[in-house]
Ligand binder design. Structure first.
Ligand code: F6P
Length: 363
């Protein structure tokens, strides 16, 4: 019996369990494969009980569950290890030990489910001869080669509900309410939720903002009788000529963590625009809980497609959605250019047409 492995890496996203379920069912029912779950990203390869047989029973009832039954790891590149040699900190490349474990376990092919970090790991393994297929996951929707990653739709829905709820206090107290949303260096969540929730100002990393322009918008609204405003800001948004705001810097093993731009904008709005302001950071609520129907559908099709890629011997590829068609792209093509908000695209055009302030003078 052919044996394949499956693992989930990076930050959790709604729909991970739906991918696992679809992959296991397709692999067992359609192809007669044995599926081995690898726990905690690829860390499970080295942990006692970290690699285990996934049966149909294991995936029963997990379709609507958030998180991942396999666990995940979100600390950057697992192929590097810090060590102290002769009193000096050095970074060792330990890719070989991963490859040895994969071979020793008889894993003929791997399905790696994750964002750009995990897909880069997949590409490294593919280059070293491991048969890998990637599945694009992330609430940020920033993976190239596909129109949509699973998890994004759920995050946008949660963020939209948050904007709806913030409207209540904004209107009642005549305040500016700022919502800081995830997305790393891409503004998709803040933009789509901002549009869906009727935000007055949307700040995204792709459009550096100008404080005065934001102030003008808020004051214009007041002059026209709307004494409140809602600002939807991406965590990666930043002022023209200014820096992104980080909670923690990157180091050899960890990726940098964004966070705090909401407070920066809030302080400015309160002191310079004369508006009472509150800031909400939605944080990991955007990643938690049950996936939307769209994400369940997308994740299910992705999981099943990933197994079909293996069955057809099409390795080093990532499943993708283009328009209404499921397809696949080479991992290297998916990773070449990270996806960002298209400034000439329909969503930006619409936001401007509706009078939403995008934080710059072009509004
Ligand atoms: O990539 C998904 C994401 O949620 C980003 O939007 C966010 O910047 C980051 O992960 C947070 O990572 P962590 O859960 O490790 O704090």
């Amino acid at each position: 019996m052919r044996r394949i492995g499956i693992s989930t890496g990076g930050g959790d996203a709604p729909g991970l369990n739906a991918v696992i379920r679809a992959a296991v069912k397709t692999a067992i029912n359609d192809h007669g494969y044995e599926v081995m779950g690898i726990r905690n990203g690829l860390d499970g390869l080295f942990e006692p009980g970290g690699v285990f047989s996934l049966t149909l029973k294991d995936v029963r009832g997990i379709l609507p569950l958030g998180g991942t039954i396999l666990g995940s790891a979100n600390r950057g590149n697992p192929f590097v290890r810090k060590a102290i040699i002769d009193g000096e900190e050095v970074v060792e490349d330990i890719t070989d030990s991963y490859i040895e474990r994969i071979q020793l376990l008889g894993l003929e092919a791997l399905i790696l489910i994750g964002g750009d970090g995990t897909l880069a790991i997949a590409q490294t393994l593919a280059k070293r001869g491991i048969k890998v297929v990637g599945v694009p996951k992330t609430i940020d929707n920033d993976v190239g080669g596909t129109d949509t990653t699973f998890g994004f739709d759920t995050a946008v829905n949660i963020a939209t509900e948050a904007i709806d709820r913030l409207h209540t206090t904004a209107e009642s107290h005549h305040r500016v309410m700022i919502l800081e949303l995830m997305g790393r260096d891409a503004g998709f969540i803040a933009l789509n939720a901002g549009l869906a929730g009727g935000a007055d100002v949307i700040l995204i990393p792709e459009i550096p903002f100008n404080f005065e322009v934001i102030c003008r918008k808020i004051q214009q609204r007041v002059a026209r009788g709307s004494k409140f405003s809602i600002i939807s800001t991406a965590e990666g948004a930043h002022p023209e000529g200014g820096q992104k705001v980080y909670k923690r810097a990157a180091d050899a093993a960890y990726v940098a963590r964004l966070g705090g731009i909401g407070q920066v904008v809030g302080k400015f709005v309160e002191s310079m625009c004369g508006a009472e302001t509150r800031v909400t950071v939605l944080g990991h609520l955007q990643r938690g809980g049950t996936p939307t129907a769209f994400d369940r559908w997308l994740a299910t099709c992705y999981g099943s497609d990933a197994v079909r890629l293996i069955a057809h011997g099409r390795f080093g590829r990532m499943v993708a959605l283009k328009g209404r068609r499921f397809t696949s792209v080479k991992l290297e093509d998916a990773l070449k250019t990270p996806k960002r908000v298209d400034l000439q695209g329909d969503t930006i055009q619409t936001a401007k047409a509706l009078g939403i302030c995008m934080g710059n003078d072009l509004d």
